[in-house]
Design a binder for this molecule. Structure first.
Ligand code: SAH
Length: 356
């Protein structure tokens, strides 16, 4: 069977350079369909819900609290985008059930391998290929952890001839190389960046913006609340953030297409802007560390350690990994959205601090 690298080489030989966004989309579709990327030692990377059950539990508590203060609507839909092994859904749903919240479960996932894992963790869940087929008969409680970072980014580079899209071509030795596209892209660049010096790269994600638009539309139509959790920054800084990871190690973006996870920083300011102009209410954006602390991870860790003293060290280490500024606490952000008549969200009290 041809490797994805060979398929790309043939495609580029036939049609010319492809956009970096196309390269990323195809690489990740291939990667998530065939690899076992997330979780233990032999996996490529580990995510917050795989570090500790505390993460999914606090997400479940946040959703149950929103639902409770919104008057306990019924029916209500739990929706997760890119649920990986289904661990977050399982932990969140367990806690929600204890609060009397038993939603219908709808999972948006393209990978057959991931779908199978999710059904084992959450039997009875309904799968969707994208957001367009989600039911419209109840408010939504939506979660997406490390989903947006896997969606394709588009990069634009300033050349001596103006802004161009970053394309992927092949050099005479058969290596993938980046090159500016032929078509002028100046109109796609905001006023703030237009006069940047040659060589400047800016990154946008039309795919993330499309998801934010759709989620905001669901919140406006059906009510509910949503949490986007991912690594990224609040402002729209310049530069490429695209990276490849395999076996917990970074490698070059073009080293192993389809065999490494490609991800990029999420531009939360862009998500907020798109969501609010499409009917979503932004509750705030904060760091994962501050959000988990506000939701009581300290107390949850103590309770877990008391009930299983032999695991105290592991529980405290997991808590540190999720919250410490030099671990996931600062780089990872949590953004809350809600429908118009829904309450404010716990943990977003300092929402203005990231934006000042
Ligand atoms: N949320 C999980 C997994 C994160 S990895 C966790 O925190 O552990 C990204 C997930 O999104 C995987 O399940 C992957 O298969 C899925 N995914 C990636 N691109 C997607 C797309 N375009 N549509 C739907 N799911 C996608």
């Amino acid at each position: 069977m041809s490797s994805l690298a060979d398929i790309f080489r043939r495609l580029i030989a036939t049609t010319g350079p492809i956009s970096l966004a196309h390269y990323m989309a195809e690489s990740n579709a291939h990667y998530y369909a065939e690899q076992k990327p997330i979780g233990g030692q032999d996996a490529d990377f580990i995510t917050a819900p795989e570090i500790s059950q505390m993460f999914g539990e606090l997400v479940g508590l946040w959703l149950a609290d929103m639902w409770d203060r919104a008057g306990r609507p019924d029916p209500v839909l739990y929706i997760e985008l890119g649920p990986g092994r289904g661990t977050l859904a399982r932990d969140a749903l367990r806690v929600m059930a204890r609060q009397g919240l038993v939603p219908q479960v709808h999972l948006v996932e393209t990978s057959p391998a991931m779908r199978a894992a999710q059904l084992a963790a959450v039997p009875g869940a309904t799968h969707h290929h994208d957001l367009s087929s989600l039911p419209d008969d109840g408010p939504i409680l939506l979660v997406a952890n490390e989903f947006l970072d896997a969606l394709p980014v588009r990069q634009l580079v300033k050349t001596d001839d103006g802004w161009r899209e970053v394309m992927v071509g092949v050099d005479p030795a058969g290596q993938f190389i980046e090159m500016p596209g032929r078509q002028p892209m100046d109109s796609a660049v905001s006023e703030a960046h237009r006069d940047a010096p040659p060589g400047t790269v800016i990154e946008t994600s039309p795919a993330c913006a499309a998801v934010a638009t759709e989620v905001a539309g669901l919140l406006a139509q059906q009510g509910g609340a949503a949490l986007f959790m991912d690594y990224g920054h609040a402002d729209g800084r310049a530069g490429s953030s695209l990276q490849a990871v395999r076996g917990h190690e970074k490698l070059g973006v073009f080293d192993a297409p389809g065999e490494a996870d490609l991800s990029a920083h999420v531009h939360f300011a862009q998500i907020a802007e798109v969501a609010s102009s499409n009917g979503g209410r932004v509750l705030g954006t904060t760091t994962q560390g501050a959000w988990l602390a506000a939701l009581g991870i300290e107390q949850r860790a103590e309770a877990l350690a008391k009930s299983a003293p032999q695991h105290r060290e592991a529980v405290m280490q997991a808590k540190r990994r999720l919250t410490a500024p030099d671990q996931m606490g600062e780089l990872f952000k949590v953004m809350g959205l809600a429908g118009t008549d829904w309450p404010e969200g716990a943990g977003f009290a300092h929402k203005s601090s990231l934006w000042s």
